[in-house]
Write a protein that binds this ligand. Structure first.
Ligand code: PLP
Length: 410
């Protein structure tokens, strides 16, 4: 199988993309679903923006280097990856903050409806934000309803205001059918808000074609924007005029530099901005997004599926599949770009794997999570990672004390 892995890397049409990244030697990085690797162009831009733009050109850079347009410029680069015409996507803040803006704005578009339905194993921040809005507005204006993933469709009715879903489950990688669910929700007059954290840059998405209302996502995973890189938000053109987000800061104003004392929203998605953009982070993101100009997302998806299937074959080959139990869907088409394995010692196994140069992550309560970033992960990486995992499992090295010690970030 090792030979087979090498052959597949040689035939891989995306193999050359790895050259865009700085991957440390002797490191197999299976955590690009948490924090994408460093694109070389991003590093160059970071130096340029700090040394030249900030260092030399100082405040003139807002105009000279168009810092002020970075949210829109990043939005324009992200839009094609989401199947969205540009002008509907902008970049700012975090998913959490953007969800607050979208959910409050969307609720206001649904007079007489109070319920926000989401899944009980959605990423916690999504649920927390709804809980916060419920507390802020009171239950007569906002009520959180949580359901199992399998119970989404039966929870849709004419009392629901908003359906808030994450397309790819952060633990299991299960993919929800965005097109079908959106359509069914809209038959009940429900507005849809999709979290694309684990989708953008790895799944072909067609927000416009699927008639999605609103979406958010982060750029620090498969879009490689760097730690804490700003999030994106999508507001469908048809909601542009009616949608008003609640954090009405000056960057969302129609004419911020008139310094008017009353708020007039900017046209389109730009009114979703609030405060001054984080220029260094956004410049780095803008450079990182440049990679996507020449990349076909369908190819990325095909490779992601192939990598996942190959890992399952390797796990079977090394007889690891009984011990590390697959918690992701078996059908590759129903999986995002990750595999989740259950084990009582998943945390310690992950730490032992990291000490061998294979970086994955742990998600409570018992998931070893392995992500495939197809732009820089190859088949031989998977083979070597599984070989190392085999040794760890056979020798039970994960039982050592230092692998048991829980770090703050898992
Ligand atoms: C599905 C999902 N939503 C939201 C977040 C976090 O969003 P943020 O920290 O940008 O608010 C994550 C983080 O991994 C996530 O996986």
């Amino acid at each position: 199988m090792h030979e087979e892995a090498r052959k597949r890397d040689q035939q891989d049409p995306l193999a050359s993309c790895r050259e865009h990244f700085e991957i440390p030697t002797n490191c197999i990085y299976l955590d690009g679903n948490s924090l994408g690797a460093l694109p070389k162009a991003a590093k160059t831009r970071a130096l340029e923006v700090v040394e030249q733009q900030w260092g030399q050109d100082l405040i003139t850079s807002w105009n000279k280097h168009a810092w002020i347009n970075l949210p829109q410029q990043c939005g324009e680069r992200i839009a094609p990856l989401l199947g969205a015409k540009h002008d509907q996507v902008t970049c700012c803040d975090s998913i959490s903050v953007n969800l607050f803006k979208l959910l409050c704005g969307a609720l206001a578009l649904q007079p007489g409806r109070t319920k926000i339905v989401t899944t009980n194993d959605n990423f916690p921040t999504d649920v927390y934000i709804v809980q916060g809005i419920q507390q802020l507005l009171g239950e007569q204006r906002c009520q959180l309803v949580t359901v199992e993933e399998a119970g989404i469709e039966s929870a849709l009715n004419d009392e629901v205001a908003i359906l808030l879903l994450t397309q790819v489950n952060f633990r299991t990688g299960n993919v929800l059918d965005m097109a079908t669910i959106t359509k069914k929700a809209q038959q009940h007059g429900i507005l849809t808000v999709w979290d694309l954290a684990h989708s953008a840059g790895v799944l072909p998405i067609k927000l416009d074609e699927w008639n999605v209302d609103f979406a958010v996502g982060c750029t620090y995973k498969y879009l490689n924007g760097g730690p804490g890189a700003p999030a994106f938000m999508y507001v469908a053109e048809r909601h542009e005029n009616a949608f008003i987000q609640p954090i009405t800061g000056w960057m969302g104003h129609a004419t911020p530099f008139n310094f008017s004392s009353s708020y007039t929203p900017h046209e389109g998605v730009t009114q979703s901005l609030t405060g001054t953009p984080s220029v260094i982070s956004m410049s780095v993101l803008h450079a990182a997004l440049g990679i996507w100009n020449d990349i076909d997302i369908e190819r990325v998806r095909a490779k992601s599926i192939a990598l996942g299937e190959f890992m399952l074959e390797c796990m079977a080959h090394f007889k690891l599949a009984d011990e590390l139990v697959l918690a992701s869907p078996l059908n590759a088409l129903q999986r995002g770009s990750q595999l989740a394995f259950k084990h009582d010692q998943a945390y310690a196994i992950c730490q032992a794997w990291i000490s061998e140069g294979v970086i994955a992550d742990f998600r409570a309560p018992n998931i070893l999570r392995v992500g495939f970033a197809p732009l820089y992960i190859g088949f031989e990486d998977i083979w070597i990672a599984c070989e190392k995992l085999k040794t760890i499992m056979d020798q039970q090295t994960y039982l050592h004390d230092h692998f048991q010690k829980k770090h703050t970030v898992t």
